[in-house]
Ligand binder design. Sequence first.
Ligand SMILES: Nc1ncnc2c1ncn2[C@@H]1O[C@H](COP(=O)(O)OP(=O)(O)O)[C@@H](O)[C@H]1O
Ligand SMILES: CC(=O)N[C@@H](CCC(=O)OP(=O)(O)O)C(=O)O
Length: 295
Amino acid sequence: MLTALEKAGILVEALPYIKKLSGKTVVIKYGGNAMLNDELKEAVMTDVILMKYVGIKPVLVHGGGPEINGMLQRVGLQSTFVQGMRVTDQATMEIVEMVLAGKLNKEIVAMIQRFGGQAVGLSGRDGGLIKAKKRFELVKNEAGDRVPTDIGFVGDVVRIQPDLVRGLTEQGYIPVIAPIGAGDHGEAYNINADVVAGELAQALEADKLILLTDVEGILRDRHDLGSLISSLRIGDVEDLVEQGVISGGMIPKVHCCVQAIEGGVGSTHIIDGRIQHSLLLEVFTEKGIGTMVVK
Ligand SMILES: Nc1ncnc2c1ncn2[C@@H]1O[C@H](COP(=O)(O)OP(=O)(O)O)[C@@H](O)[C@H]1O
Ligand SMILES: CC(=O)N[C@@H](CCC(=O)OP(=O)(O)O)C(=O)O
């Protein structure tokens, strides 16, 4: 048990971080398996609300890959991934939007409301928030050349109109955003939630981008938890991707951190969403956790 003095010490340790981040925007991406557990979900929402009440402007972008997988299975649709991106045909796109914008977005909003915060749920199709275009994934062929590959209704962000989100944070709401964009003709595109979080962080000139995931951070050896890279320079990222050290779903994460840093976001972090209150540990303690991607 902590003594009263130790408890007070923990609160005092948070003071410089509260001071530094008060009034600043922090974009948090929450998704994957870390989203399936109710206790963890509640801890994440509590952390986000706490951030808000100490003067930070949190913006939540959520994924929901495993939930989409579950629903696709229920309706008998197969799903495949190319470099961490879901190949998305028309029928899959409908399910993706139903699960992300219809189910999960509203559940998260309801949970924040229940715990005492004020949240507004949006998808990128609302209010022209995310303009998207079809993404062609660059995939290596046998000769080792990167060839643009059609993966259906998967989108790249063309433009973010951040005013709506800014207005909400200024009025004290916590925006909760589903990663779907609108094409030229209003059609829906499935965008990886990490990509949306990175782009939004840049558009909002956020101070921090935090990606919550289902591993400790970036590991040099996936089978060795002691090999966590706590600080990774953006110049070293491509080598690690080329060597296969960083693969699958970690690729969009690390790339969006690189882009966010290059786009002016103060700091980017990939942290373990399976640890209760990992957000608080990252934001309000000296040591932080996970991998910080730095210039
Ligand atoms: N070097 C690495 N270190 C840690 N995880 C890695 C690494 N390379 C690939 N991964 C994989 O990336 C996954 C995280 O990506 P993803 O499953 O898309 O997460 P989320 O669903 O949280 O967005 C990890 O669970 C792990 O399997
Ligand atoms: C193009 C693409 O892959 N989109 C993702 C969108 C959801 C997401 O990113 O969810 P997680 O963060 O939980 O993985 C998908 O269809 O799964």
